[in-house]
Design a protein around this ligand. Sequence first.
Ligand SMILES: [Zn+2]
Ligand SMILES: [Zn+2]
Length: 305
Amino acid sequence: MSISKILLYYKFQPISDPRAVMLWQRDLCQSLGLRGRILISEHGINGTVGGDIDACKTYVKKTKEYFKGIEFKWSEGGAEDFPKLSVKVRDEIVAFGAPGELKVDEHGVVGGGVHLKPEEVNELVENNPDVVFFDGRNAMEAQIGKFKDAIVPDVNTTHDFIRELESGKYDDLKDKPVITYCTGGIRCEILSSLMKNRGFKEVYQIDGGIVRYGEKYGNQGLWEGSLYVFDKRMHMEFGEDFKALGHCIHCGAETNKFEHCVNEDDCRQLVLMCPDCFGNVATRHCGQERCVEVAREQAEQLAQA
Ligand SMILES: [Zn+2]
Ligand SMILES: [Zn+2]
């Protein structure tokens, strides 16, 4: 039996002909039987692909020839974790809605936050009581885990960050040391540069994001709770001894599992629901009135059947 793997990676580097790189990457993945999602822009590449371990190794080798110094994270899984192969050219490899603002050169993002290794994060916090963590993810992700006392901006998607940063809500942070963080580090590459452009003077970002910090410190450092992940698992922990931050929106029971609202046609919300409340159709909703109604109707139909 062959072993499969999933690769996660990104690299910021100027690409003069994104379409040519897209065609090359698509051919490469097809010839190796890899599936997944790859975005390419004039600023770089952002991808997740899965497949046979030897195919992954060949992919890494070939991709490194063009994207020098690119780092790959290996994780469990395979081609079957993705519905198909999708390789696309976009304005941005992460959609902040600011393609014209991002500057990239051969060293990566220009004018971004200072990169910190996990141990440097702890040092900075120990030596400076003013340091604040600033969550670079969607607010929902922070419901089950975040850095200690982190500020969680009110964002549904990365598109909302610019509006938040310009709202004035965070102006008191402009003179403080701010550590941005996100899952694997890519979102903060961009976010930290957007913050610096808007007058935040001392901005940092965590090398390798929460994933690398958690690998180093588990639950013994400044990270608290579960990490939201964008695959079937929905969440992961750095050891069994994690602090449970998430609560069921209906009964308040501890949970770290997001579930889809029952109103599938009309609501894309993921909300925290405990197994009992999710198991009962009447409470399998996100709380919005129209969704409560849908849940009630479905529960009634079930009762009559
Ligand atoms: Zn519940
Ligand atoms: Zn809903």
